[in-house]
Design a protein around this ligand. Structure first.
Ligand SMILES: [Zn+2]
Length: 330
């Protein structure tokens, strides 16, 4: 537990009020429709809680929500009190810090993102960058992660020698760099890239597996399973899941990291499914027959340390869903 004896500056208390929507989304109270949530005070089939800027003015920096069913109105602190029973402004503030974690974006970051989207790399720029990378030099680094030539060639995985980064192309749209040595960040997407990394040639019968990182997705591909999408970050879990259940009837298998954040997000997703009535996800870790090696932190670790167990699990899924496989009787 955090020691919460310090005082919180009023400006911090106020700043938090703009994250009302982030909080509601994380708590699984959001629907597809923007700024619309299930009321926190009563059950309802159709969400009637709407969020808005105080006085309709974003410059106030204060986000409010009003329920058009029961008439109650809230700021983000009222919501924490109602949903989680946290009392006292300071305690509520710390709880919000915990829940939002690194997911909150400052105005400057939002602006930076907006600028980025204006400058998405062209296909030619992506191609030019990739051609300057050195695939040969990268092969040992990829192999250390259990990724072999077949996948390296098929997905055109490469290596940026200057930046000492593994490079994962998203088709022709852009790429993500995975820095091997950098203290403040590990992953960097190319300018304006908003896509998720996904496997080529998906099989229409088989469930889609969602992983946290791109290298986890490549690990699933390496282990012989064709349908995988990487979230890039766990914070995209609910959005991506929503997109899949809204547009396909495929089952979705979640392979989040074996850490507290992964577990928390998985639970939040399940709660959201119950609230909204989405079909529930399958947890990949539940599909592994052997006891889970808890010294592994993610799918890539499993590929490295327990390749055959991972392959067996994925083969089992293919068999279960009748996806393409060659079966030898006897
Ligand atoms: Zn209400």
């Amino acid at each position: 537990m955090k020691n919460n004896n310090g005082t919180v500056h009023p400006s911090k208390i106020k700043e938090m009020k703009k994250y009302l929507d982030d909080y509601m989304r994380i708590k699984g109270r959001a629907l597809r429709e923007k700024n619309t949530y299930f009321c926190v005070l009563h059950d309802e089939k159709r969400p009637s809680l709407k969020s808005y800027w105080l006085n309709n003015d974003p410059n106030t920096g204060v986000r409010k929500a009003k329920c058009f069913s029961c008439g109650a109105s809230f700021d983000v602190y009222d919501l924490v009190a109602a949903l989680e029973g946290v009392k006292g402004l300071k305690e509520q503030y710390y709880r919000l810090c915990e829940v939002l974690g690194e997911n909150i974006t400052t105005e400057e970051e939002r602006e930076k993102e907006a600028n980025k989207s204006k400058q998405k790399l062209t296909v030619d720029e992506v191609e030019e960058y990739l051609s300057k990378c050195n695939q040969m030099t990268g092969i040992p680094f990829w192999k250390e992660r259990g990724i072999t030539e077949k996948t390296i060639l098929e997905y055109r995985l490469t290596y940026d020698e200057n930046k000492r980064a593994l490079v994962i192309p998203f088709g022709k749209e852009g790429y993500v760099q995975r820095y091997l040595q950098h203290s403040s960040y590990r992953y960097m997407k190319s300018s304006g890239l908003r896509d998720y990394f996904r496997s080529q040639n998906m099989n229409r019968k088989l469930p889609i597996i969602l992983t946290e990182g791109e290298i986890d997705a490549l690990s699933i591909i390496e282990a012989g399973y064709p349908n995988v999408i990487s979230l890039g970050s766990i914070v995209n879990l609910i959005n991506v899941y929503e997109g899949i259940v809204a547009t396909t009837d495929l089952d979705v298998i979640i392979a989040v990291d074996l850490d507290t954040a992964g577990r928390k997000w998985m639970q939040d997703l399940i709660n959201t499914c119950v609230t909204i009535g989405w079909r529930k996800p399958i947890n990949l870790w539940d599909c592994i027959r052997q006891p889970i090696d808890t010294s592994c932190k993610d799918i890539n670790d499993y590929l490295i340390k327990h390749r055959s167990i991972l392959e067996e699990c994925l083969d089992g899924l293919k068999e279960l869903y009748g996806g393409s496989h060659e079966e030898i009787d006897g």
